[in-house]
Design a protein around this ligand. Structure first.
Ligand code: PMP
Length: 409
């Protein structure tokens, strides 16, 4: 227990942490890829599937009413937790990737022209790059890259210089999944707005690790993924300011997103958020995501952030004692992500040996190839922390690394 943070009690809530991998107790250091699930999330999904599964919104029967209330209750939980102004601003998506594609496919297609410029940072995950590249190849707008410093922070001088190009949109990640850099979302948003640009924030790595206040940040769009917030896969949300959502054309066509459909007069569309939620959604996922957010709130995101920061500092200290090890991402404000390389050893060889010792880390480019190219490296080994990680996990990583390095050198 560090301070009042009872990590042992938290760990007991995660059944998967009891298992062994290759004969060793699991040391799970891959929460940036996907977080494990507490019992309340597993139970919420089971309860829904066992007791009140039904399609939502259209039914008059009891199960439909209960399922609809739980689904809309989850939307309310997200709205309150992230401090959106109204429930209509929270659109359920399949995840962060899906949300960004929605913004590109609706707002982007309606508002960007051949003479537009879109700015994005060199830190971006492929999911906040490729949807814009696909749209750019169709429309012909220009993509400009905001440069970073070697420690992984945004070069504000370069940002200001690129804002002088009068971009229509600025895209940035709140927290880098590869380097852990926490970007000052409020400041970057305010600078973009001053330059007349809209702002799309990828919050996939921020939402599980800190309190996020959307009205305070004042961005136009924000996306997150449920599975990184201790919730299920295949569910997440897009936040958009109501006036923008009202003005945006629909995305996918189908049931629920319409107001009325006709062969004789033009089909009309529903109001947000339903306008963007065609078809039957991931109902159990949304309800369990609500439970996951409540679980994070019960621990307290400030407590989770402080615990993960302590682990990150400890990991930096311990890892740097290993000869030839270099850490990528040393920003002063960083989340629980530690990317590193050991001189002369390929990251995937290290990852494979660590797995044999029960340690789950991620290796590769982490869907940030432009960033890896900039550092001139093929990828890194990435250890990332969740609420349930311990200082012993870091010690186990370091001990296993020392063993693996001896075997590989
Ligand atoms: N953005 C960032 C920063 C991420 O780390 C990830 C997931 N690795 C994504 C977007 C995409 O999330 P998802 O695969 O859940 O859509």
């Amino acid at each position: 227990m560090d301070g009042n943070y009872d990590v042992a009690a938290i760990r007991r809530e995660f059944p998967i942490l009891e298992r062994k991998v290759n004969g060793f107790p699991l040391v799970y250091l891959d929460s940036a890829a996907s977080a494990q699930k507490p019992r309340t999330v597993i139970e919420t999904q089971r309860e829904y599937l066992s007791h009140f599964h039904s399609n939502i919104h259209r039914g008059v029967h009891t199960l439909a009413t209960q399922a609809t209330e739980a689904f809309e209750g989850a939307r309310e939980t997200i709205k309150a937790h992230f401090n959106a102004a109204e429930n209509a601003e929270i659109i359920f998506t399949a995840g962060a990737t899906d949300g960004i594609n929605l913004v590109a496919g609706t707002w982007g297609r309606a508002n960007l022209t051949a003479s537009s410029t879109v700015l994005m940072t060199r830190l971006e995950h492929h999911s906040n790059i490729v949807p814009w590249q696909i749209l750019a190849s169709e429309i012909g707008f220009k993509i400009e890259v905001i440069e970073i410093f070697p420690e992984g922070t945004i070069d504000l001088e370069d940002y200001n210089a690129k804002l002088a190009l009068a971009p229509s949109l600025v895209c940035f990640s709140h927290v880098s999944n590869t380097l852990g850099t926490i970007n000052d979302a409020k400041q970057l948003t305010s600078l973009a707005h001053d330059a007349g640009a809209m702002v799309m924030v990828d919050g996939a790595q921020a939402a599980p690790h800190m309190n996020v206040d959307l009205q305070d940040i004042n961005c136009d769009f924000y996306v997150a993924s449920g599975h990184k917030m201790y919730g299920p896969t295949g569910i997440g949300f897009l936040y958009g300011k109501r006036a923008l959502l009202d003005a945006m054309p629909p995305w996918r066509g189908g049931g629920e997103m319409i107001s009325s459909v006709s062969f004789d007069v033009p089909t009309t569309f529903n109001v947000p958020p339903y306008k963007f939620e065609a078809g039957t959604p991931h109902i159990s996922g949304a309800i369990a995501l609500g439970a996951a957010i409540k679980w994070m709130e019960s621990v307290g995101l400030d407590n989770i952030a402080a615990h993960e920061l302590a682990l990150t500092k400890y990991a930096h200290e311990k890892l740097l004692q290993i000869e030839g090890l270099r850490i990528y991402g040393t920003a002063e404000h960083k989340a629980g992500v530690v990317s590193f390389l050991v001189e002369g050893i390929h990251p995937s060889d290290l990852g494979t040996l660590l797995d044999q010792l029960g340690i789950a880390v991620r290796t590769g480019h982490h869907c940030t190839e432009p960033l890896m190219d900039w550092y001139k490296i093929p990828g890194t080994v990435r250890a990332s922390f969740g609420a349930y990680n311990t200082f012993d996990d870091v010690d186990a990583l370091v001990a296993a690394l020392e063993r693996a390095i001896k075997m590989l050198k």
